[in-house]
Design a protein around this ligand. Sequence first.
Ligand code: NDP
Ligand code: GDR
Length: 347
Amino acid sequence: MQNIKKALVTGITGQDGAYLAELLLDKGYHVTGTYRRTSSVNFWRIKELGIESHPNLQLVEYDLTDLGSSIRLMQNVQPDEVYNLAAQSFVGVSFEQPVTTAEITGVGAVHLLEAIRIVNPKIRFYQASTSEMFGKVQAVPQKEDTPFYPRSPYGVAKLYAHWMTVNYRESYGIFGCSGILFNHESPLRGREFVTRKITDSVAKIHLGQLDVLELGNLDAKRDWGFAREYVEGMWRILQADHPDTYVLATNRTETVRDFVNMAFKAVDVALDWSGSADNEIGTCKKTGKVLVRVNPKFYRPAEVELLIGDPAKAQKELGWKPSTTLEQLCQMMVEADLRRNQAGFSF
Ligand code: NDP
Ligand code: GDR
């Protein structure tokens, strides 16, 4: 029998988990994807990608906060590669649930590292690190050696998991890698994140299903890329000769307000922001109707104001380079949300 590579992907019900599973199946891997036991399991993303019933995909129940089941999972699957994508990944919620976030997003990663150390230290490990670890701006563009200064319980938890990955690499020789990924979006993005909230709301406003889009800080700047290209980067990171840390980013930054303008442009609406002192109200240039306004309830206790990444190391050593522009990404997301809302459902 041919030697089929086995991958374990935690968080397959999330955006990246779904795209990564699709990529690995295309490459001929056997993929074990983990999901949490909930009262209503949601596989809409893997269904949208058409991989839910793929013969080489196995779905198993697993919770990252349980050390014993992390060890048993590793023993049962005996993977060649582990991609740890599971996390409480919403920054806003991490301020409300700091301890749960620490347990899942921080300590959870160490459960997998321990399981690898116990079961088979040769298993390659990818940790989903984040630009949120850079937090308060220390230098731009941010790269692998930029000092960290996280600004949320989520960022702090991720920084712990990041350093534990580095520590297991240095202490036990584990092939532990960390991808410091800047924001990446897609039609499969969760609706709580700002880009998808915007594209879904723009689609609803266009279809007459919503009046106004309410947002928090419109001045925050993010380096947004396309998720499908970023999961390819994760895979490349684990195929390298040596375990290491890499930044994946586009090296372009825009404000949330810029993304709002882009999304409305995709449905031929131009916005005027001049009606309020702080550019906090967006009206339709043609009709004068208020379409966007700031609601302070969406502000965070501490904000990450500016993210722009330098992916030069990944480009040089892994040959990874993003190619989808933000305009193309935004258009793709608005079109998907128009289709979904027209059909009467939106996840
Ligand atoms: P999502 O929030 O879409 O997915 C997170 C996944 O983690 C879901 O499958 C979720 O399951 C699962 N999960 C949550 N808690 C647990 C738990 N206790 N045990 C097991 N699984 C759990 O995130 P993304 O796909 O966007 O991101 C993937 C990873 O990359 C995350 O770790 C995120 O923090 C990180 N990251 C993301 C970036 C981005 O821009 N998207 C940028 C940088 C890093 P359920 O469906 O049940 O909630
Ligand atoms: P982020 O993404 O916090 O960067 O984390 P998010 O889309 O939630 O916020 C981006 C920026 O938009 C501002 N913002 C709003 N955000 C949300 N969610 N809702 C709003 O109404 C709103 N209004 C303004 C935020 O304040 C912020 O500045 C994402 C997650 O995927 C993390 O898991 C990942 O690690 C980082 O990206 C990189």
